[in-house]
Ligand binder design. Structure first.
Ligand SMILES: [Zn+2]
Ligand SMILES: [Zn+2]
Length: 336
């Protein structure tokens, strides 16, 4: 077999497959891009050809417009194989957000899987992660430290609902990433039996509509308007993390600030952001999930893209795997 190290290169635009002449999640516009999912640090506008799941393409159209590409979109269903100059490319569920995929590349008998962003926890808004056997498994390491252990989602949602009962006069403003996290929190609230209308910052509306149109039921949603803002005491409002402290939120009555993020595990970070109710909710694998995934995938070699790469490389080595850090820059999962 031809080992992937002989045909995969890190270039300034991102990771490049030489024989197939395409990039995975490139940072800059390129001729051929494979896009793992719709988050802005992975999906950029301006490529000539885009290979992605139909859901990811729909998200890119919603965010960047129908002309986010200059030549063609190439929708790939999970498991469908396309041949690009002798490289067999297929996408497989990553369990991160709607449409998120791992990219499997096979060339001259060697296989490599780029997992993009992923998690192993249940998420009704997307298809669960599927371990794909390969020679080299490429993983991120955003939360690759033993301190990062995400609690069960139901526990965090229960804390939010308990706070709502305890402070019925306060508007509960929840900061959540507009793509993926917001819709997952909404689904979790519904699963916990919360049937009231949920109110949305303008930045969330379009993506929630898109999720609903793609079959994810989010229940009753309404925009926050100049007219209704004052009446939202005792209600839950979702906004992007950046809007938690801006002028927009001052219209809401007696705001109680919450935030749904894996980073909320770090108390100092929550405090620094002025978050009263930190909810540890992440769409990334935590330390245990990363280790579990290395075991489940069973690849003899692991490449780590970004994050706490030293810790994960060390861990993989301890598990008897070959491991190295790629030191990719530009993939920052800060808002996550
Ligand atoms: Zn992501
Ligand atoms: Zn990312």
């Amino acid at each position: 077999m031809t080992h992937p190290r002989d045909w995969i290169e890190v270039r300034p635009q991102g990771v490049w497959c030489r024989p197939g002449d395409f990039f995975i999640d490139p940072m800059q516009p390129v001729e051929r891009a494979v896009v793992t999912h719709g988050h802005a640090d992975h999906a950029r506008a301006g490529h000539q050809h885009v290979f992605a799941t139909p859901e990811t393409l729909a998200i890119m159209r919603s965010r960047y417009g129908d002309n986010h590409f200059s030549e063609a979109e190439h929708p790939l269903a999970y498991g469908q194989i396309v041949d690009l100059n002798g490289v067999r490319l297929s996408l497989h569920p990553a369990g991160h957000i709607l449409g998120s995929a791992q990219a499997r590349l096979e060339y001259e008998g060697g296989t490599i899987v780029f997992s993009g962003d992923y998690k192993r926890r249940a998420d009704p808004t997307c298809v669960p992660f599927e371990p794909v056997p390969c020679d080299v498994f490429v993983t991120e390491a955003t939360f690759a430290l033993p301190v990062f252990r995400h609690p069960p989602l139901g526990d965090e949602i229960a804390r939010l609902l308990a706070s709502l009962r305890q402070f019925p006069d306060r508007c509960h403003l929840v900061g959540a990433y507009a793509l993926g996290k917001c819709q997952r929190v909404i689904c979790a609230l519904r699963a916990a039996g919360y049937v009231e209308t949920l109110y949305l910052h303008g930045a969330m509306q379009r993506l929630c509509d898109l999720y609903q149109s793609l079959g994810v039921d989010l229940g009753a949603l309404a925009p926050v308007t100049a007219e209704n803002a004052r009446t939202l005491a005792g209600r839950i409002v979702l906004c992007p993390p950046s809007a938690l402290k801006d002028r927009w939120s001052r219209r809401l009555p007696e705001v109680l600030t919450a935030a749904a993020s894996g980073w909320m595990r770090i108390r100092a970070r929550a405090k620094q952001k002025g978050v009263e109710l930190p909810l540890v909710i992440s769409d990334h694998a935590d330390w245990d999930e990363l280790i579990e995934t290395l075991r489940d995938v069973g690849a003899p070699e692991v490449w780590v893209t970004h994050g706490r790469d030293d810790a994960l490389v060390h861990q993989a080595t301890q598990m008897g795997l070959k491991a190295r850090a790629l030191h990719l820059i530009g993939y920052e999962d800060d808002a996550e």
